[in-house]
Design a protein around this ligand. Structure first.
Ligand code: CP
Ligand code: NVA
Length: 331
């Protein structure tokens, strides 16, 4: 699982749906003082999941470790100072060796090519835990969060759709890895997405082609629109989303970026000026900094950020079940 682009709408729908149903079942079992229910309990007995992270992580690390534990497996965290991940050894060698000893690699890397190289040479499934281009586990959790926040939509869902067609997402901020997979998910699910980024920080042409390709074969794809004006993106939006303006690895250009993004902070005033829907919601993958969204929105009643973060656990469970337990068959 390198990107949501790898999934059909039906596969993506199932991953999101399974995440929600595992959440309900595990919570009910825990509330009753029971073990995690089958089929999760015991699903990874005797199996090790290698977690190769060359960047910091709170949610992805904790959710993956907790998910493997729920499924009775062993999560083996390997930080950048623990193993040779593209340093002092080729990714080919690392991939062949680690996949000969474990049942899955979950990798957080710099350039997307690094996780693609690991996957190419691995004999076990590889799950992208964030690359320069994509963050599929985040997108699964994000669509779970959206579905759970618009429960009436479930009535119009189908085998290949979550019933979210016609919703409108506004992304205001940097065009980055989190946006790219979110936009692909939106197009596959019939959700329109409007992106506002400053001049020079928009979606790169090659990535736009990848995002637009997500529409192929989708009966009612969402539409991507782009602007440099935050108010334009926010117009009629059901959900406002952003992420940090300075992603990991971009720290040296931090000051320049903060200047370039001035005026892109998500606030209630921006939503009002732009004409967002009256009951708009707010999402952010976290970690969050106050410059991209103020406290009033982030901690306010419209904010879905903490359920969204919790859903990372259920997204990890769903992905491990599909790719490791069921060997890529998404049931
Ligand atoms: N959203 C997310 O991936 O957070 P972490 O970087 O803390 O894992
Ligand atoms: N865009 C951020 C996401 C962190 C989860 C980064 O790459 O640092």
């Amino acid at each position: 699982l390198l990107s949501i682009a790898d999934l059909t709408p039906s596969e993506f729908t199932k991953l999101v749906r399974n995440a929600s149903s595992h959440k309900a079942a595990v919570k009910a079992a825990f509330a009753a003082g029971e073990q995690p229910p089958k089929p999760l309990h015991g699903a990874l007995t005797g199996k090790t999941v290698a977690m190769m992270f060359n960047k910091r992580s709170t949610r992805t690390r904790v959710s993956t470790e907790a998910a493997v534990q729920l499924m009775s497996g062993h999560p083996m965290f390997l930080g950048k100072d623990d193993i040779q991940l593209g340093v002092n050894e080729s990714l080919y060698d690392t991939s062949v060796v680690i996949s000969s000893m474990t049942s899955c690699m979950v990798a957080r890397v710099g350039a997307h090519k690094e996780v693609a190289d690991l996957a190419e040479h691995s004999s076990v499934p590889v799950i992208n835990a964030l690359s320069g281009d994509f963050h599929p586990l985040q997108t699964i959790a994000d669509f779970q969060t959206i579905s759970e926040s618009f429960p009436s939509r479930a009535a119009s869902s189908s085998e290949s759709s979550l019933g979210l067609e016609g919703l409108r997402v506004a992304w205001v901020g940097d065009s980055n890895n989190v946006l790219f997979d979110l936009a692909i998910g939106c197009i596959k699910m019939g959700v329109d997405i409007a992106v506002a980024s400053p001049e020079g920080y928009g979606i790169p042409d090659a990535m736009r082609t990848v995002i637009q390709a997500a529409a192929s074969g989708v009966a009612n794809p969402g539409k991507l629109s782009e602007t440099t004006v935050p108010e334009e993106a926010v117009k009629d939006a059901d959900i406002l989303v952003t992420d940090t303006w300075v992603s990991m690895g971009q720290e040296a250009e931090g000051q320049k970026r903060l200047k370039a993004f001035a005026g892109y902070q998500i606030t209630n005033e921006l939503a009002k000026r732009g004409g967002a829907k009256p009951d708009w919601k707010f999402m952010h993958c976290l970690p969050r900094h106050p410059e991209e969204v103020d406290d009033e929105v982030f901690y306010g009643p419209r904010s879905l950020v903490f359920p969204e973060a919790e859903n990372r656990l259920w997204a990890a469970v769903s992905a491990l079940e599909a790719f490791v337990v069921n060997k890529g068959k998404i049931l």
